[in-house]
Structures are given as structure tokens and as C-alpha cells.
Design a protein around this ligand. Structure first.
Ligand code: TXA
Ligand code: MG
Length: 337
């Protein structure tokens, strides 16, 4: 199949929306990462998403809507707390999980009775949802297991020949995927995947916010994942990733003692002057590191890196989202010195 590259003119967004209406899959920019969008209510279209990504059938897709008021059409119960959260964080990088109704097929929900709902703020995604009139199921637009795409070129790298079109809406603002939460009782939520809507931000609305154990730890062998995506190898470039949690001095000393070939480091931008080995930088504060992390992992592959030592981000707030992705990219190989 030929994959068209579309721009963001109204005419081209109409073309993208028509493809989706007709059951095709389109790569679409959002404020977090690029998504692979299809009509969430069309089973055949949704199957094409799973096929293009090589995604396990039990990993549910998030359904994207133009406005939170549309969520009642696809769910059977929305707690009052969700409306308060929506008031504050929608549109934006927050996905809330609700019991689904029969409009959402089990193919979309990965066999679960629940569905994740997100209202994206990116104007291109928003327009495509509005014009198509479809609820849009969209996982990140990478091949399953690879780093999520933050530009149209990344989507093309993974999806060329496998989907109908990619819409180029520029670089994604946040660079990591949305915060995924579920509700427990009237005033408590659980973070299943951290993102740029942080625990502190959620605490301005919810009395209690729990961070699920699986955010920073692997699941033990027979444990059931609250969020199926957490059990798979994820976000990994071709090179081996190792996360190093240490001071800069200890990090430099450690890299100096590695005598493997093809070693690159991913370090804070502020440390570049002092760093004597091959490196790329991924910014300084957590928001900047979120913006660059996936892009750099892809670029390091292009440089021919065989092994990437990443100086770990802080685990505060947005840093927790970056750490969560890097821990999985490293398949839980973390060195603490
Ligand atoms: O920012 C984002 O969320 C991006 C953009 C495209 O919107 N989408 C995204 O989708 O990251 P995906 O499929 O790559 O990741 C969705 C995660 C997976 O870990 C999945 O298991 C979890 O959310 N998830 C989705 N629906 C769920 C549900 N009903 N219950 C539990 N976890 C769910
Ligand atoms: Mg993904």
C-alpha cells in the first residue's frame, strides 16, 4: 500500500478524515506523540491498527473524542470526579478509564469491559475527529516495542507501506504519552501510566492519587496488569539501553570503565561541556527531557549505537513519566552508583 504524506491544510485534513470514515488507518499528530488513528467503532478498521503495529490483541486502545461531553456515548458510567478532572485537564494529555458500552467493540478494548477516553488538544487531531464524526481509536504510531514517534518522519519510518496516510502536524509538544488513570471509589484515582498531567496536578482535584506499583517496577510472573500495556517490552530502540542512576562524576567514571564498542551516552544538556565520551543530550528539566527522550533514542539508533547508557532523570512529577519510559526501554536494567 502506498502511504500518502498529508499536510495540515483543511483540504488535507478532510482527506485524512475521509480515509478514517472509510475504515482506513492514518498517522495523526497529537500533543503527546503521534497516534495511529482509525474509527473506534469499526472492528475491521481497528484490526488494521493492530496489524500495522504488530500489537498483541489484548492491549486495549485509547478512544479519542473531540469533547468530553461525547464520552457518555461510549461509556456506561462516568463518576462525578471525572467531570471535575475533565473541567481542568481536558483537552490535554489525560486518559481516563471507564466501563465501556456496546458501541465500543471488544477488538478496540482488547477484550476488556472498560475503555480509555482522551480528549486531545492538538488542533490537527481535534479537527480530524470533528470532520470524521468518528470516535478515533489511536495507539502510539510506532511499531510495537519501539520508541513512540514524535514527528511525521518517525511515523513514516515505522509505518510506510502499512497504512493509508500520515498527517504532518510538526513536532509533538510533550513527547511522552498521556497520563492514564482509573477511578477507585468517589475520590481516589490510580495512575497506571504517568505522563505530563502529574500526581501533584491531579491532587488539586482528587483527594487521593495512587501511583500503581507497575509504574516503576516490573510485574511479577503471574501478576495481572491493571493496564495491559505495562507487561510488554516497550519503547526500546535497536541498541541496548541501560539506565544509570548516579551523579555526573560517577557516571563519567562508569562510562570510562566500559570497554564495549558502539557505546553512546544520553546525558543532560548542561553536562555536555564536561563529558569526554560519545553522547547525545536530552535537555535538562523533566519537561524538556520528556520532549526529547524518544526522538533521541531513535537518533542514537541511526548513529549506529549498540549500547546506550542513559543518565537517569529525576523521578519527580513529569520526571516520573520519563523514568517510566526509560526503565522499560532498558528492560529494567538499572545501575545505581
Ligand atoms: O498520549 C497517548 O495516550 C497516545 C496518543 C496517540 O493519544 N496514545 C497511546 O496509546 O499512548 P497506546 O496504545 O500506545 O498506550 C495506551 C496505554 C497502554 O498501556 C494500554 O494498555 C493502556 O493505555 N490502556 C488503554 N485502555 C485501557 C483500559 N481500558 N484499561 C487499562 N489500560 C488501558
Ligand atoms: Mg504505545
Amino acid at each position: 500500500m502506498e502511504t500518502q504524506l498529508l499536510g495540515d491544510s483543511l483540504q488535507q485534513l478532510e482527506a485524512a478524515a475521509n480515509l478514517i470514515k472509510n475504515g482506513e488507518v492514518v498517522g495523526i499528530p497529537t500533543e503527546t506523540v503521534y497516534g495511529l488513528g482509525a474509527d473506534a467503532a469499526n472492528e475491521d478498521a481497528v484490526r488494521k491498527i493492530f496489524a500495522a503495529k504488530g500489537r498483541p490483541a489484548d492491549n486495549p486502545l485509547i478512544v479519542h473524542l473531540a469533547d468530553f461531553s461525547d464520552a457518555v456515548r461510549y461509556t456506561s458510567l462516568i463518576p462525578p470526579l471525572a467531570y471535575e478532572l475533565a473541567e481542568k485537564f481536558c483537552p490535554g494529555p489525560l486518559t481516563m478509564i471507564f466501563p465501556k458500552n456496546s458501541t465500543i467493540p471488544y477488538v478496540t478494548s482488547g477484550g476488556l469491559d472498560t475503555v480509555g477516553i482522551r480528549i486531545p488538544s492538538h488542533p490537527v487531531m481535534h479537527r480530524i475527529i470533528e470532520i470524521s464524526g468518528c470516535p478515533i481509536a489511536a495507539p502510539s504510531a510506532n511499531t510495537s516495542g519501539l520508541p513512540s514517534p514524535t514527528s511525521a518522519a518517525h511515523v513514516m519510518d515505522d509505518m510506510k507501506g502499512k497504512i493509508a496516510a500520515v498527517v504532518d502536524g510538526g513536532q509533538c509538544q510533550f513527547g511522552v504519552e498521556s497520563t492514564v488513570i482509573c477511578f477507585e471509589g468517589e475520590s481516589r484515582v490510580r495512575i497506571l501510566r504517568p505522563g505530563c498531567v502529574t500526581r501533584q496536578m491531579l491532587l488539586t482535584v482528587c483527594r487521593e492519587v495512587i501511583i500503581d506499583d507497575a509504574v516503576l517496577n516490573g510485574l511479577s510472573k503471574n501478576e495481572k496488569a491493571a493496564s495491559p500495556g505495562m507487561k510488554y517490552k516497550h519503547y526500546s530502540p535497536k541498541a541496548d539501553v541501560v539506565l544509570v542512576d548516579s551523579s555526573l562524576d560517577k557516571f563519567i567514571e562508569y562510562i570510562g570503565s566500559c570497554n564495549e564498542s558502539g557505546v553512546y551516552s544520553l546525558i543532560y544538556t548542561a553536562d555536555a561541556d564536561k563529558f569526554p565520551y560519545k553522547y547525545m543530550t536530552y535537555g535538562d528539566g523533566s519537561l524538556e527531557q520528556a520532549h526529547y527522550v524518544f526522538q533521541r533514542l531513535r537518533e542514537l539508533d541511526e548513529c549506529g549505537a549498540k549500547k546506550i547508557y542513559v543518565r537517569a532523570p529525576s523521578n519527580d512529577e513529569v520526571g516520573l513519566a520519563v523514568l517510566n519510559r526509560l526503565i522499560r526501554a532498558a528492560e529494567f536494567e538499572v545501575i545505581r552508583i
